[in-house]
Design a protein around this ligand. Structure first.
Ligand code: KIV
Length: 273
């Protein structure tokens, strides 16, 4: 009999990840933005799929996540939910869709959940978005919080460097993490913060803390799919482990295809009608 909390056949929910935290079982999350990749990710046994607004970079080629829109996030999330049968799908609320008044944030969250089929939303920030988080949670929509490096604030931070290295920012992050837990967020993402700080937050919170560039002593990890598959040539931050070199595989395949077409080596009789 399996000792895992996660039943390989059962849909992953907020209750599943809460049990995983209680049982000390690590949570694996990865991003996806389309049906084909989501189907492959789901079949792998992944716990959570994040339809990140990193789609702005990965899918649309923007330099930041700031131009991402609600309609585009809904489109990507629809594609992912079509492919994800077991993993829980969480969709990022894009920049500008929740930082203003809380009623608009609720309206946007309801639209995103209704039209995409995702099970939860993720929002970047702490006390400054408190009212939006409260209203969305009150409507019964699960919220994943996100602190540390919050890429939608890149212009405020002046880059993508490590956050909360100084004591005052670390204290603020810890206080925000507790506040978000008390409000009812079901999980927290910590991005690019010192490992010791992340470990402290994970030990103090009863909700799962999932990290990217936040060290090993937390409840789970998340990476951007195309980054860990080696498709984002030249992107090699310290926190990223390459699990494949698909850029090389794809390049070699395409070059071979071109050569075969030019040499009339493709298609053969067996590949023709
Ligand atoms: O948009 C995204 O992909 C994210 C993860 C990096 C956590 O927010």
């Amino acid at each position: 009999m399996s000792t895992n909390t996660v039943d390989i056949l059962k849909k992953v929910t907020t209750a599943t990840v809460a049990r995983m935290k209680q049982n000390g079982e690590k949570i694996a999350m990865i991003t996806a933005y389309d049906y084909t990749m989501a189907s492959l990710v789901d079949a792998s046994g992944m716990d959570l799929i994040l339809v990140g607004d990193s789609a702005a970079n990965v899918m649309a080629g923007y330099e930041t996540t700031i131009p991402m829109t609600i309609d585009k996030m809904i489109y990507h999330a629809q594609c992912v939910t079509a492919g994800a049968k077991r993993a829980m799908v969480i969709v990022d609320m894009p920049f500008g869709s929740y930082q203003g008044d809380a009623t608009s944030a609720l309206h946007n969250a309801v639209r995103m959940i209704k039209e995409s089929g995702a099970a939860a939303v993720k929002l970047e920030g702490g006390r400054e978005i408190r009212e939006s988080v409260e209203k969305i949670l009150a409507a019964g929509i699960p919220v994943m919080a996100h602190l540390g490096l919050t890429p939608q604030s890149v212009n405020k931070f002046g880059g993508y460097g490590i956050r909360a290295k100084e004591a005052d920012e670390a204290e603020r992050l810890i206080a925000d993490a507790h506040m978000l837990e008390q409000l009812g967020c079901f999980a927290l993402v910590l991005e690019k913060v010192p490992s010791a700080l992340a470990a402290r937050v994970a030990s103090e919170l009863s909700i799962p803390v999932i990290g990217i560039g936040a060290g090993p002593d937390i409840d789970g990890q998340v990476l951007v799919l195309q980054d860990m598959l080696g498709m984002n040539v030249g992107f090699k931050p310290k926190f990223l482990r390459l699990y494949a070199n698909l850029a090389e595989t794809i390049d070699a395949s395409l070059r071979q295809y071109i050569a075969d077409v030019k040499a009339v080596d493709f298609p053969t009789q067996a590949e023709s009608y």
